[in-house]
Design a protein around this ligand. Structure first.
Ligand SMILES: Nc1ncnc2c1ncn2[C@@H]1O[C@H](COP(=O)(O)OP(=O)(O)OP(=O)(O)O)[C@@H](O)[C@H]1O
Ligand SMILES: [Mg+2]
Length: 380
């Protein structure tokens, strides 16, 4: 299967149902060959976005441009888009091969072309031995692979997937994630993928668009979103956080609810403003004895809970003057090990603290969000 030129853009796209705005995307450009995920809570507009691109619904306003052409007048079946949804929707009375051949027959391909392409698609999803099985006699994961084969068999330039692995158990999901990643590499196809599973979005995507209330609140590479979230919402949506309630006490200090003043990365927020400070659990360092370090934030505390997860151990530490913090420690040979009741030193790097002035999640336009991002990550 061949790689091909492709572009998809949304411009000032909105969708209203009964006067309620459920989607508002001023600008989105999907790049050729990229794997873009839409990640957000239930009702945030992910499926609606896909339905507009697929052509199942028309936007209330704005343009959807595919390969330079406004597709408003292009019917869904003419858009050359592959679709995979959560409920596989195979034809249960047809064999695997017949299911995969179906879109090719709809496109009046020759029998020899159909034969060749079905064989190729079966190989790609590793289902060649199952070609003559009835679709109804397959496991959930196998059915989902047939659905993927059926969506890619006619070589669409764009594949839209809406929670395609949502109904599968964790182990199967992670296997199919690996297969999807490999398939994407092999085909060079552009994929827009909907999920509300943050690990899935992080592991599969070139870029992730975080959605909330019908808007894209941040768009970027998974590691950039994780390390430099523009808002508390994004930070909490991607991974775990220790969140401390504070007031800005100066350009580089904040006063915690317990009265302790701690150093923070430099901000331009007014003194006295309420803010949330976050520190990722894997950034919280624990040491059994004082390290003598004085330049970094250091505190003392007592271990109050230990959760062993095999590869890592999570410690909850009641930190003097700060409150309860979770630390996640990878279990390497020389890793910190402690037990409930141990007194420990707790520290982190200044840059591991993110500062989110309160109410920034309400900010609507992206310039305001960018300002927040700069504030949150501003260096001294
Ligand atoms: N046909 C419709 N008529 C009225 N409201 C709708 C319709 N389709 C979707 N909505 C509303 O639009 C909003 C966005 O729905 P959408 O299906 O895009 O959410 P989602 O992000 O896919 O959520 P989920 O994770 O639950 O699938 C929701 O509030 C939903 O109720
Ligand atoms: Mg949905």
């Amino acid at each position: 299967m061949s790689k091909r030129e492709f572009s998809l853009s949304m411009r000032d796209v909105t969708k209203d149902y009964d006067g309620t705005r459920v989607l508002d995307v001023p600008e989105l450009d999907v790049k050729q060959g990229e794997f873009l995920s839409l990640l957000g809570p239930s009702g945030s507009g992910k499926t609606t976005s896909l339905r507009l691109v697929a052509g199942f619904e028309a936007p209330s306003a704005g343009q959807i441009v595919i390969d330079g052409q406004d597709v408003a007048q292009v019917r869904a079946e003419k858009r050359n888009i592959g679709l995979v949804f959560q409920n596989y929707a195979l034809f249960p009375h047809m064999t695997v091969a017949e299911n995969i051949a179906f879109p090719l027959q709809m496109r009046s391909q020759s029998p020899s072309d159909i034969e060749r392409r079905v064989a190729e698609a079966l190989d790609l999803v590793d289902l060649a031995p199952y070609r003559d099985r009835n679709a109804a006699q397959l496991s959930g994961g196998q059915q989902q692979r047939v659905a993927i084969a059926r969506a890619i068999v006619y070589e669409p330039a764009l594949l839209l997937m809406d929670e395609p692995l949502g109904a599968l158990d964790r182990r199967l999901r992670s296997r199919l994630q690996n297969e999807l990643r490999a398939l994407h590499r092999k085909l060079g196809i552009t994929i827009v993928y909907v999920t509300h599973d943050q690990d899935e979005a992080m592991s599969l995507s070139d870029r992730v668009a975080i959605m909330n209330h019908g808007k894209i609140v941040q768009l970027g590479r998974p590691d950039a979103l994780y390390d430099s979230p523009a808002s508390l919402f994004v930070s909490n949506f991607l991974g775990d956080n220790n969140t401390l309630s504070a007031r800005i006490a100066g350009a580089d200090r904040a006063e915690l609810a317990e009265g302790t003043v701690i150093p923070i990365p430099r901000v331009r927020t007014a003194v006295g403003a309420a803010a949330d400070l976050t520190i990722r659990p894997e950034r919280v360092r624990l040491a059994a004895e004082s390290t003598g370090e004085t330049t970094k934030p250091r505190f003392e505390g007592v271990v109050v809970d230990v959760v062993s997860l095999g590869a890592a151990t999570q410690y909850c530490v009641q930190v003097d003057g700060v409150g309860a913090l979770w630390a996640s420690v990878q279990n390497s040979a020389h890793a910190f090990r402690g037990a409930v009741g141990d007194r420990v030193e707790v520290g982190w790097e200044l840059d591991d603290v993110h500062v989110f002035p309160r109410n920034t999640d309400m900010l609507a336009d992206s310039s305001a969000l960018e300002d927040t991002a700069k504030l949150a990550t501003a260096d001294a």
